[in-house]
Design a protein around this ligand. Structure first.
Ligand SMILES: Cc1cc2nc3c(=O)[nH]c(=O)nc-3n(C[C@H](O)[C@H](O)[C@H](O)COP(=O)(O)O)c2cc1C
Length: 340
């Protein structure tokens, strides 16, 4: 058994979390991950704020009807994510009204914007829930620590989906955070999809590892079979950073990805947001989702990380969580036994 500060504090068996993957549903994945002894994390699925409160409540209710284990939730606090303020408050309210939910919903992860509002709301109304925020570079991790977050999800640029403009690798970032903030809880994320990765992340000082792409390619995730099927044959060279709704996004190269072109600068992106063309945005969003909804792998977006190059099969969530941790244990024991 590998014990870490996170397995102890979260009350989970294995130091593995499923990464949130909105706007796609990861409800079944969350249940499977938590049931397998890791920590499942629900995604923030709505992009326009429409029906988002009802949707999140339904997801949460579904999780607690199907597992008694702990789980987490992600809220994207980006400028364009208009529902985040109300969702932060609602999550605290729901927890306070339902003892089962309060016991199980132990982790709130914010991302894509700032951590401060969530910190304020949750410290006051959900002080027993661990608040983590995604940090893609050390200077941003400094701000997360200043804001009083309980922990950091250190996420490097090789990961799938939205990325920051910083372009720092997980390898460098995790070591930087461990060195500067040894007392802070840290989850390492971006590029992990193997037992070797789990062992390396823990050895660098992380308390747990979060994986996105690896869990898409699992039997229990809700992703379309056509989406999953693209992952095992893909190589590490097959992804590209292009411009997404919140900034750079790492996608598998296809027609949608190539049409979206290279990453534009932060200033250009802000200008684009200010002159928002809502109809164009909705149209692009429909295209973005078409792989998920219809399995159209050419005209829709396929967010995945460079770690596709390490994944060669679709696995059960249970095998990923317990199998990878046990294998990581062997790797670490073996290394220790070679030390004389
Ligand atoms: C399909 C997809 C959707 C994602 N959506 C979100 C999201 O809504 N919120 C978020 O914080 N991160 C999101 N991410 C990033 C993941 O949480 C995580 O950082 C990333 O998958 C880690 O890299 P990996 O894919 O190499 O494991 C997404 C990633 C993917 C692949």
């Amino acid at each position: 058994m590998i014990k870490t500060r996170i397995t102890e504090k979260f009350g989970i068996k294995y130091p593995i979390l499923s990464a949130p993957m909105g706007p796609f549903y990861t409800t079944e994945l969350t249940i499977a991950t938590s049931e397998a002894g890791g920590l499942g994390v629900l995604s923030h699925v709505t992009l326009l704020g429409k029906n988002s409160i009802k949707d999140m409540k339904e997801q949460i209710d579904h999780v607690i009807e199907n597992t008694d284990k702990p789980f987490g939730v992600n809220i994207r606090t980006a400028r364009v994510q208009t529902d985040h303020k109300i969702l932060l408050r609602k999550i605290a309210d729901w927890r306070n009204k339902n003892p089962k939910l309060r016991e199980q919903l132990i982790y709130g992860l914010t991302s894509a914007g700032g951590p401060r509002l969530a910190g304020k709301v949750w410290k006051k109304s959900a002080p027993d829930m661990f608040h983590f925020h995604v940090g893609p570079a050390l200077w941003l991790v400094d701000k997360i620590v200043d804001s009083g977050c309980d922990g950091i999800v250190a996420t490097g640029t090789e990961g799938g989906g939205h990325q920051s403009y910083e372009g720092i690798s997980t390898l460098v970032l995790v070591q930087q955070v461990a060195r500067k903030y040894p007392d802070k809880l840290m989850v390492a994320c971006g590029g992990f999809s193997s037992p070797e990765g789990v062992a390396a992340g823990l050895a660098m000082g992380a308390d747990a590892i979060a994986m996105g792409t690896r869990f898409i390619a699992s039997n229990q995730s809700e992703f379309h079979p056509n989406y999953k099927a693209l992952i095992p044959p893909a190589t590490a060279r097959d992804t590209l950073l292009t411009t997404g709704g919140f900034g750079p996004i790492r996608l598998l190269k296809n027609k949608y990805c190539i049409e979206h072109g290279e990453v534009i600068s932060k200033q250009e992106k802000i200008a684009q947001e200010l002159s928002y063309d809502v109809a164009g945005y909705i149209d692009d969003l429909k295209k973005y989702m078409i792989v998920y909804t219809e399995g159209d792998v050419e005209n829709g977006a396929i967010p995945v990380g460079q770690t596709v190059g390490l994944i060669d099969s679709i696995l059960d969530v249970d095998d990923i969580i317990s199998g990878f941790t046990k294998e990581a244990e062997k790797i670490l024991k073996n290394l220790c036994s070679n030390i004389t």
